[in-house]
Design a protein around this ligand. Structure first.
Ligand code: PGA
Length: 259
């Protein structure tokens, strides 16, 4: 991390877990374990139906609320979808886009990720744009070209002002939910590469300011080592964000900033 130039962000991705009745007890357990001085922005990206309850419960603990997906359309006849305007209206500050589970199970394309990113920016919600390679791609030496493509596609037509809202999450697909974390070196290598792409497109200053997160089996044990890498500014955390003690340990690890 390098908090001189950019924000540290720890974002939980609850995926399709938890009921409304679980939220208050979760936050009540988490809150006393949080560091006394704020060392990062903390976000919980919850199922859309849980956003109002999370906003109420998270307020005191200074936990922002995020969504996990958004429609690529403005409004109208899109049954089941939720628009960026509706997310902003309800109070979501962040929204995950292009998570590999959505790309895999809902056929989300890079074009979809790009239009969703655009809609969120338009409505003042920060997109957390997920990119990452499969094991096959890694083993065939295709990690960097794939990441390069995904980043450029997601950010096509995003101007400098729009970029300021964006957060990028590097999530190697083979590390998600598998307990198989990328090594700190592997994660740093790709996060550093992502920053170099941003530098190429937008220049040095935006590249220095953008927060790049790592995600994929980040947990209470490996967080400190990952966060000590110069280009890893936080984490997108699935499984471990469902356990208050583990999530608190990861948040506390941002305090060990060693820039
Ligand atoms: P995980 O999930 O931490 O359970 O691997 C991360 C993610 O999917 O964002």
């Amino acid at each position: 991390m390098n908090t001189k130039y950019r924000k540290a962000i720890i974002a939980g991705n609850w995926k399709m877990n938890m009921l409304v009745s679980d939220i208050k007890p979760f936050i009540e357990e988490l809150k006393p374990m949080l560091p006394k001085t704020k060392t990062c922005d903390t976000v919980l990206c919850v199922p859309a139906v849980n956003i109002p309850a999370m906003l109420r419960a998270g307020k005191d603990a200074k936990i922002a609320c995020g969504a996990q997906d958004v429609s690529s359309y403005d409004k109208g006849a899109y049954t089941g979808e939720i628009s960026a305007a509706q997310l902003a209206d309800v109070g979501a500050k962040y929204c995950i886009v292009g998570h590999s589970e959505r790309r895999a199970y809902h056929n989300e394309s890079d074009m979809d990720v790009n239009s969703k990113t655009g809609k969120l920016i338009e409505h003042g919600v920060s997109p957390i744009i997920c990119v990452g390679e499969s094991l096959e791609q890694r083993e065939s030496g295709l990690t960097m070209p794939h990441i390069n493509y995904q980043i450029r596609a997601a950010l096509a037509d995003v101007d400098m002002t729009g970029l300021r809202r964006c957060v990028i999450a590097y999530e190697p697909i083979w590390a998600i939910g598998t307990g198989k974390t990328a090594t700190a070196e592997q994660a740093q290598e790709v996060c550093g590469y992502i920053r170099s792409i941003i530098r190429e497109i937008y220049g040095a200053r935006p590249a220095r300011s953008i927060s790049i997160l790592y995600g994929g089996s980040m947990n209470a044990k490996n967080a400190a080592e990952l966060l000590a890498q110069p280009d890893i500014d936080g984490g997108l955390i699935g499984g471990a964000s469902l356990k208050p003690a583990d999530f608190a340990t990861i948040i506390a690890a941002t305090g060990a900033d060693n820039e």
